[in-house]
Design a protein around this ligand. Structure first.
Ligand code: NAD
Length: 476
């Protein structure tokens, strides 16, 4: 095991540590021990980062697409080489099992490599006019980007904020979560080590509301990209609107899973149990409301409950751990309240329902069934290891329930009827729909939501284009 790394800010290529700055402790959610001390950026630090981001933008935007691509590819390879140590630090600060921690780092490397390839394919178009005149449609980087990333995928979320921006030729200032800083620092350091200029990619920490107010209050920042809860997203979108900054919002979800009688129920259970309890359910695309067609309900419910109860919960660093602790105490409190409320409203608790021990934020994988619509958990994102399994009858009613909430991030369906698949694709209100699979996140496909789950996409070609502006050039 390697030691948890020293924590610092990365401003204009310089590692900046304490020196009398305000700071906070980073806690291991499996043991509640202090892992390290994280310095907060002062207001002067943030001004310096803004100035550097402006300078870094003008430097980086002029780097040819070939060279940019080579530097980003090199950074992706550095992250791969460092994936084991990044994964260990990530498990310590966030809690997820080691394989998932390492997977977080590797997905980030793959995403960066995809962006590195994509930045060579930013095509404009030519509009031919009579007598040699013409117009051109060109794409240009929007300018310095501010990105705020949460703690649930500490490396991936940071890479989603900075990878597309850098590929587009923008500079970026990212604020990873203060609860999981080491993985974010490691992403930015790999980019600096690969040759991205110090002003083009920077990493800051602080009191989130203060950092976002100062960065978004500056005319230097031309784009905001945020991942986190819907209330914070709405607040930041308003701040960005003051200066008409472009925004990408990746917010909460309440994933419906429509399971039809005509599907392979065993495969659906096996896939969705793993999906539900990955990262202790703290995933924006987590499947939450399982809507099961009547004839399959008992079989799906019983098999799913059996598999959930058999999961091994423990320290993510220990071999054989299927699910780690929740990442923080407030998540634990939140799901305890939601589970109690669901039972008060008449929902049945089939397995789990309790915190495990009193040290570390461990919670049992939990299955609730026949939960009425007025229970809080049917309306609020639980962001924890809880599945709700309810019987339903008829495709129309299932789609209506899937669309009932204001969220629309990921939805899942299990059916072998081709005509139904097309209807679901048309009618389910979601940014991503997985049919007969658990996966909705791949580096080459856009990742994003609709309604209160946000707007704009990360990953895929869309992740780069989201950091570009379009310009029409008319030549006589
Ligand atoms: P939160 O919205 O308070 O915080 C999410 C992230 O945003 C944190 O990393 C935090 O540092 C940052 N943040 C908070 N206020 C900010 C501000 N004013 N300016 C800039 N950044 C700010 O939520 P939480 O308590 O950490 O997590 C619980 C809820 O957040 C969940 O219910 C879920 O909806 C949501 N969440 C969603 C995702 C996602 O992937 N979409 C990830 C993490 C959390």
């Amino acid at each position: 095991m390697t030691d948890y790394p020293m924590l610092h800010l990365l401003i204009d290529g310089e590692q900046i540590s304490g020196d009398g700055r305000a700071s906070e402790e980073v806690i291991n959610p499996a043991t509640e021990e202090v892992l390290g001390t994280l310095p907060h950026a002062t207001s002067d630090d943030l001004d310096r980062a803004l100035e550097a981001a402006q300078r870094g933008f003008h430097e980086w935007r002029k780097v040819s697409a070939d060279k940019r691509s080579a530097i980003l590819t090199k950074a992706a390879n550095l992250i791969r080489e460092r994936a084991s140590e990044i994964g260990e630090a990530l498990t310590r600060e966030q809690g997820k099992p080691l394989a998932e921690g390492r997977g977080d780092a590797l997905y980030s490397a793959n995403l960066l490599e995809f962006y590195a390839q994509e930045c060579r394919r930013i095509y404009g178009r030519t509009l031919v006019r009579p007598e040699g005149a013409r117009a051109e449609v060109q794409y240009h980087p929007v300018g310095p980007v501010a990105g705020f990333a949460p703690w649930n995928f500490p490396a991936i979320n940071v890479m989603r904020k900075i990878g597309g921006a850098l590929a587009a030729g923008c500079s970026a200032i990212v604020k990873p979560s203060e609860e999981t800083p080491a993985s974010g620092i490691a992403m930015v350091q790999a980019l600096l080590d690969a040759g991205v200029p110090g002003g083009a990619v920077q990493c800051v920490f602080g009191v989130p509301s203060e950092v976002s107010e100062q960065l978004l209050g500056s005319p230097i920042i031309r784009k905001l990209t945020f991942t986190g809860s819907t209330p914070v997203g709405k607040h930041l979108a308003k701040l960005a609107a003051e200066d008409l900054k472009i925004t990408t919002m990746e917010l909460g979800g309440h994933g419906p899973v429509l399971v039809f009688d005509d599907c392979d129920i065993d495969k659906a259970v096996e896939t969705m149990v793993a999906n539900k309890f990955r990262n202790a359910g703290q995933v924006c695309i987590s499947p939450t409301r399982f809507l099961i067609e009547e004839n399959s309900f008992a079989r799906f419910r019983d098999r799913f409950t059996e598999c959930a109860a058999a999961m091994s919960v423990g320290n993510g660093l220990d071999k054989g751990t299927d699910m780690g602790p929740m990442a923080n105490a407030r998540g634990l409190d939140n799901i305890s309240k939601l589970i109690a409320n669901a039972q008060d409203k008449g929902g049945k608790l089939l397995t789990g329902g309790e915190r495990i021990g009193n040290q570390g934020f461990f919670h049992q994988p939990t299955v609730l069934s026949e939960v009425p619509l007025d229970a809080d958990i049917m309306n609020e994102e639980p962001f924890g290891p809880v599945a709700i399994i309810n019987p339903m009858s008829g495709e129309d009613a299932m789609i209506e329930e899937a669309n009932r909430l204001p969220y629309g991030l990921a939805a899942y369906a299990w059916t072998n009827d081709p005509a139904r698949r097309r209807r679901l694709a048309a009618d389910v209100e979601a940014g991503m729909l997985a049919i007969n699979t658990g996966g909705v996140s791949t580096v080459d496909a856009p990742f994003g939501g609709v309604k209160w789950s946000g707007y704009g996409s990360e990953d895929g070609r869309e992740g780069v284009m989201a950091c570009m502006i379009v310009k029409a050039i008319h030549e006589g």
